[in-house]
Design a protein around this ligand. Structure first.
Ligand code: OXD
Ligand code: MN
Length: 590
């Protein structure tokens, strides 16, 4: 298709700014052909066929996994590369100590050298996309130029991609410019550059999701967070879920957790059998754009249209919805294979791997069969619990915001912030053990404010200030909570069952929002007592609950001091109101 359609396009709605930009990139990168994506089914099928012919995609067992495919990435290109990800602002202070910084002119010069002629013999795909419902005033558009057909099909599943987006861009005039090439996949020639002041992204040398699907982390979080600050909203690393109680009332929660800490599982939660009458609706599993609404509440849209979820650990017990969802129409990346050509991953509970994620005969001495950060890409519409509100242009009203991390100690199962400003401190002090979602050592505790450490496109000090300002605008702000599903006992065993049973904690939050549940006041905020939680049908020891719901003042004094030190790293940009919150916490703990 590419060669036949060289430099031709069937789309009449190309505006001059888009046309001119594509033209200038084509001059720089020298592709053999240009393909303007229209987002049609025919185009998708054609690309899938081409990718199979070139061996980049493998068809999985069509009886067991109809219309499912496997892609294998280069073994050095399996996760986000935070050390090679830069925010390029004129003033380094604007990027902040939370980002790697490069001067925009230097970054552009470096990237120009890499992009020069890099698409020779390849097809340049123009991928217009809309983040958010196509008719929502809260949505924002972008165009990704890429030389990877794998990226195009992922973008087709993950965003509203094609003709309608291009038409909206034509009407609006402005769009985020994303330029991507897989290059030679050389880790020494790999950079993910962000230019928030120019609404531009340049990514070279990686084909991995978070580095290459520019609509996701690069646009919808790093660039959007910067845009959101200028425009008075928030772009957050949050799932959005609707919870319908047995009385038939639905409330929405937005929750931020670091990568690979169970956002997709919480967004698709299955109520335990002992909680009849509850229903769960997924609005989003990774990113939320939050806007103060005309009624003084906070409204959320999910800018994405699909899931790029972590595969290992998915089974009928942990997430039956996801397990069923990814049995058809799904693109797998870096999972293993059984002798039947079925996908296999650790935690599947059945089947035997014979080929590992790198395509080698499986041998335990090579490590896990599936890569720990192997992924599924699937359209959100395939989720049996897809919320009917997920396409609503006005978004859904948020009753509670939840922050959480993966911590073996210190943080209790749940606590409620005293008010919005205290809640901003609770979010700012999220800390979590690192996971396989990014290159680097897993299991190391690091501060990850609002789960945005890898994704905030500007200085965290300014970001916290913006959070405080948003709260001041809300007549009916959501309540703010912190949860820790990952607390362990002295034998390193998880104390809380997690997954579906997390609904017990969410129920308490929603009852608190309605003024219908009790709590005890502690120095760190409001905690439920065991009797305040719905524990019907749950087999859990009283001693486990006691540990889960306890606050150790000594540990928390250390924690508070550490938070204060962390905030000092942001110097004068840390808002005084947030420092005051740390001091107040320290006084309550004294
Ligand atoms: C993701 C991540 O891919 O957070 O969602 O790493
Ligand atoms: Mn994520």
């Amino acid at each position: 298709m590419a060669t036949a359609a060289a430099h031709a396009h069937p789309l009449s709605s190309i505006s001059k700014p888009v046309g001119d930009w594509v033209h200038s990139i084509a001059e720089l990168t020298q592709p053999e052909a240009i393909h303007w994506c229209d987002g049609s089914d025919a185009e998708y099928r054609q690309l899938m066929t081409e990718l199979q012919q070139s061996g980049e995609l493998l068809k999985l067992n069509p009886e067991h996994f109809p219309n499912c495919f496997l892609a294998r990435s280069h073994p050095s290109d399996v996760a986000r590369v935070e050390h090679l990800t830069f925010v390029c602002t004129t003033n380094p202070e604007d990027a902040g100590p939370n980002n790697h910084w490069m001067a925009p002119a230097d970054a552009h010069a470096k990237m120009r050298e890499l992009f020069k002629g890099c698409m020779k013999g390849r097809t340049l795909y123009v991928v217009p996309y809309c983040m958010g419902p196509i008719d929502s005033p809260y949505s924002r558009c972008g165009v990704e130029i890429t030389d990877s057909a794998y990226v195009v099909i992922n973008m087709a599943l993950m965003t509203r991609m094609g003709r309608a987006a291009l038409e909206r861009i034509g009407r609006e005039g402005s769009f985020v410019k994303g330029l991507h090439s897989t290059g030679e996949l050389d880790p020494n020639r790999r950079f993910i550059m962000h230019f928030p002041e120019e609404l531009a992204i340049e990514s070279f040398g990686s084909g991995y999701g978070g580095n290459a699907l520019l609509g996701k982390k690069c646009h919808a979080l790093r660039i959007a967070s910067y845009q959101a600050r200028n425009e008075g909203w928030l772009a957050e690393h949050m799932l959005i879920v609707g919870l319908q109680n047995p009385q038939g009332e639905t409330h929405y929660i937005a929750a931020a957790f670091p990568s690979a800490c169970g956002k997709t599982n919480l967004a698709m939660l299955i109520p335990p059998g002992s909680m009849p009458g509850w229903k769960v609706f997924t609005v989003g599993d990774d990113i939320a754009w939050l806007h103060p609404g005309p009624d003084g509440r906070l409204y959320a849209i999910n800018p994405e249209a699909g899931y790029f979820g972590v595969v290992p650990g998915t089974n009928p017990k942990t997430n039956r919805n996801a397990y069923e969802m990814i049995r058809r129409d799904t693109l797998f990346t870096n999972v293993a294979l059984t002798a039947d050509n079925d996908p296999w991953w650790e935690g599947l509970e059945g089947g035997t791997p014979v080929i590992d994620w790198q395509g080698r005969p499986y041998d335990t001495k090579h490590g896990p069969a599936a890569h720990p950060n192997s992924r599924f890409t699937v359209s959100a519409k395939k989720n049996p619990n897809y919320s009917p509100e997920a396409d609503s242009p006005r978004g859904v009203p948020i009753s509670a915001i939840v922050f959480g991390g993966r911590r073996r100690g210190v943080a209790p199962l749940v606590y409620e912030a005293r008010d919005w400003n205290h809640g901003v401190l609770v979010g700012a002090s999220v800390a979590s053990e690192t996971t396989a979602a990014a290159i680097g050592e897993a299991g190391v505790l690091r501060r990850d404010p609002m789960a945005m450490k890898p994704f905030a496109g500007y200085n965290f000090g300014d970001y916290w200030n913006h959070w405080l300002a948003i709260g001041a605008k809300l007549k009916h702000p959501p309540r703010i909570y912190h949860v820790n599903w990952f607390r362990r006992d002295a034998n390193n065993k998880f104390l809380w069952p997690g997954f579906g049973d997390n609904l017990r904690v969410l129920e308490w939050m929603l009852k608190r929002c309605a003024g219908a549940a009790e709590a005890t006041e502690t120095a760190i905020g409001y905690l439920p007592r065991a009797k305040d939680l719905n524990l019907a049908g749950l087999d859990i020891a009283a001693s486990a609950l006691e540990q889960l719901l306890s606050v150790d003042a000594r540990e928390w004094r250390t924690e508070a001091a550490d938070m204060g030190r962390y905030m000092d790293e942001f110097g004068a940009r840390t808002p005084a109101a947030l420092r005051a919150e740390v001091q107040a916490l320290q006084q309550r703990l004294a």
